[in-house]
Design a protein around this ligand. Structure first.
Ligand code: IDP
Ligand code: MG
Length: 139
């Protein structure tokens, strides 16, 4: 069993898609064991996306994730990290498979609806970036 960090990004919040996106996770046996809505500061967003700081899209990425509130959650279940990546679909929604969140709900690669941790190591880092032990409810 694994925990993975999920973020519903501002573009999807703006489109009123929180419920539809969380349903995709629940339908695939992932449990929401922690959740909070917040508006990331520029500093916090820069830190979260630090691994991308040398990429050409870094500034756009920080701008996009701070453009409105996000819903941050922890998904828990068997193979949660890869399962969530599969449910999300490819980074570029134009390349995402049918039935994935990004294919169905994303606007474009800059506004692609969701974030999900990509490895066991990063899931641990990202979970503790947003949540304290006593905010996580494994069930
Ligand atoms: P991921 O979200 O699928 O894990 P990453 O490569 O980790 O993709 O990139 C983080 C985010 O940066 C993506 O979700 C996307 O919003 C943005 N991004 C990635 N590659 C590009 C690009 O080539 N152009 C513009 N934005 C990009
Ligand atoms: Mg990533």
């Amino acid at each position: 069993m694994q925990q993975t960090l999920s973020i519903i990004k501002p573009d999807a919040i703006e489109k009123n898609l929180i419920g539809k996106i969380l349903s995709r996770f629940e339908e695939n046996n992932l449990k929401v064991i922690a959740a909070k809505m917040l508006h990331l500061t520029k500093e916090k967003a820069q830190k979260f996306y630090e691994v991308h700081k040398d990429k050409p899209f870094y500034n756009d990425l920080v701008e996009s994730i701070t453009s409105g509130p996000v819903l941050v959650s922890i998904l828990y279940g068997e193979d949660a990290i890869q399962k969530n990546r599969k449910i999300m679909g490819a980074t570029d929604p134009q390349k995402a498979d049918k039935g994935t969140i990004r294919k169905d709900f994303a606007t474009n690669i800059d506004r692609n609806a969701v974030h999900g941790s990509d490895s066991v190591e990063n899931a641990k880092i990202e979970v503790s970036f947003f949540f304290k032990e006593n905010e996580i409810f494994i069930r």
